[in-house]
Design a protein around this ligand. Structure first.
Ligand code: BV8
Length: 256
């Protein structure tokens, strides 16, 4: 039985119904109820077992490529075994109801697209994709014969790597540009399941607020953004978002 969440604020529902442009920024918390560990939740966070500087940086890959490859292969397998949760589904539904909508995600699990979201920008890449570490070309099939090294690119022999943005790597310029444009022009920005600590993604809510958007945080905890948000909806995204979108839809059960 899903936990009940307090009804969404009436003014927020009205603002979403009237909004022409809505942007959403999601982080690992939106996938938590799908069973994907988050990065910073101490008891379950991916980083609890691994030091990010050990695994998610170019230097880590240069130092121990097979170890980094194996960590991403384990996470790719895990992501293949989980499913979108009601939070992902609610955001895909909301997209259909807003004239201009963009979902900007820091997540690399591809669950938004699997839930039906179409207008998605992946700031940090996608763990289900692999690319040549030298040419950057996407690679779909590879032979993994050397247990001490990642698979190699068939055309140039360089190691393959996950198609994600590591720490100290630049974000894809087109993705970041689209995200900044959406944040600066939206009427409402929903910020869902992020600790708001990783930049430049964490700067997007600040940009939106400066440009006059209504900023709404959905999180189980308080974050550095909470005090600056117009609404801080405290609770699991898989409960809060379906209730919010049902109220925007005008479901009889949800309108107070
Ligand atoms: C860059 C892919 C230029 C890999 C990831 C200032 C300006 C610019 C850069 C920096 C800066 N200060 C520091 C930097 C450098 C760095 C940075 O931000 N470091 C942090 C640690 C301070 N940024 C970078 O390096 C970026 N590149 O800026 O290039 C440059 C060049 C050279 C030198 C310096 C800079 C690249 C950042 C991208 C890194 N790659 N992912 C991989 O996945 O392995 S980031 C990784 O963290 C994930 O993408 C993840 O999404 C992201 C952020 O974490 P969150 O999503 O927020 O997840 P987290 O676990 O932290 O929080 C979960 C939240 O959900 C919590 O609040 C929790 O309460 C909540 N929650 C839990 N359950 C639920 C829930 N909420 C709702 N419902 C629930 N059920």
């Amino acid at each position: 039985m899903a936990a009940a969440s307090p009804p969404p604020p009436v003014q927020l529902v009205a603002a979403l119904r009237a909004a022409r442009r809505v942007a959403v920024l999601t982080g690992a918390g939106v996938s938590a109820e799908s069973g994907v560990p988050t990065f910073r939740d101490a008891q379950t966070g991916l980083w609890a077992e691994f030091d990010p500087l050990e695994l998610a940086t170019p230097a880590a890959f240069a130092r121990n490529p097979r170890r980094v490859w194996d960590w991403y292969a384990m996470r790719r397998d895990m992501v293949g075994r989980v499913a979108p949760n009601p939070a992902h589904v609610a955001l895909a539904d909301l997209e259909k109801r807003i004239p201009e909508f963009l979902l900007v995600t820091q997540n690399v699990d591809g669950l938004h697209q699997r839930a039906g979201s179409r207008r998605v920008v992946e700031l940090h890449g996608n763990i289900t994709r692999v690319r040549c570490s030298r040419e950057g070309t996407p690679v779909f099939r590879w032979s993994d014969d050397d247990v001490d090294a990642p698979p190699r690119c068939a055309s140039c022999g360089a190691f393959l790597r996950p198609d994600v943005v590591w720490f100290e790597e630049m974000l894809p310029a087109d993705a970041l540009g689209a995200a900044e444009d959406a944040a600066s022009r939206c009427d409402v920005l929903l910020v869902v399941g992020t600790s708001a600590e990783v930049y430049p993604a964490a700067a997007l809510p600040i940009l939106a607020r400066r440009r006059g958007a209504l900023v709404v945080e959905v999180n189980t905890e308080t974050t550095p953004l909470s005090a600056q948000a117009d609404y801080a909806l405290r609770g699991p995204a898989g409960v809060v978002l379906p209730a919010l979108v049902a109220a925007v839809r005008g479901d009889a059960a949800s309108t107070p």
